[in-house]
Design a binder for this molecule. Sequence first.
Ligand code: SF4
Length: 364
Amino acid sequence: MTEKLRFRDPDLAKRVAEKIHDVAPKEGVVKICHVCGTHEWTITHFGIRSLLPANVEVIAGPGCPVCIVPASEIDEAVQLALKGVTVTCFGDVLRVPGSKMSLLDAKAEGTDVRVVYSVSDAVRLAAKEPNREFAFFAVGFETTAPSTAVEIQGKPPKNLSFLVSHRIIPPAMKLLAEMEDLNLNGFIAPGHVSTIIGLKSYEIFPQKYGMPTVVAGFEPLDVLFGIYMILKQLSEGNPRLENEYKRAVSWEGNTKAQELMQKVFSVVDGNWRGLGTISSSKYVLNAEHAVYDAHLKHDVKVEHGADIQHGCKCHLVIIGKIKPTQCPLFLKACTPQKPVGACMVSVEGTCRIWAREAAAESAS
Ligand code: SF4
């Protein structure tokens, strides 16, 4: 708790904000991108944008692991359920729209879809009912992929297979860096993912793209320091990779988790909802572990899905091209209770975060 309060000290936050104003350019626009739902929550909840100079913009990239699961992969999970397989998944995946239905809709139609809190829960459920086929829908970035890999390495019950939908963050950052009309000037790299992949994974951004890149933690002061460090690098004309989150992130990252993922997964091109195919951005089970692949075991494969629902602007929100409030459906046809797009479903989705803060503001 003391540690938490230290990173929420309002006086220190004010001093860092002043430093940000000192070091920020007096002309032109600076656009800093983060790629993490928790960063977006911190920034929105603590009003960090209101502390910045008017010409410093912090935008949210594709940092919500649930929002970027393409409809085709939701459709595959739905197909599994409709085939009589018990689909287990985390709670925030349930309402993500597929092309025609979500897993929640499939559950309402009488299929067996169960929410679990960890991969181990799915393993336990499958072990308890050996005559029933189970599948675990494995969603998430490098942060959650190791826990899927651990269970697969541990030889789970034969009646459990895996629909692997894990994605890799740096290739998505590369895509953003290469989008000329986005005009990014720096990255705040995600803290949780970096604990696994290490600082070294971001070297390319200052080196190849000339973009200051700072790994930051999740407390308000972490984010403010991260923004200050990026602006300082820009003012010095010396883009580099820095670590604001030294208390959790090392240069190498978690090498045991990396080795484990290498043993279980292969890296392939992956489709991201609203972004299309990003090269080398998805984990799939490698040949040695193909026996656990739900696609092969139950013969499900959906190549194309309807990612963006009519009127939804998630594809623009997810790269920070527009704010959620610029979507005509925001808090009208699309609400946390009745989400239209994936960005309104998960607590890590940008639209959902903005909706929650809007509700808190109107209640206060
Ligand atoms: Fe999509 Fe809803 Fe966000 Fe609009 S408010 S972009 S419909 S999720």
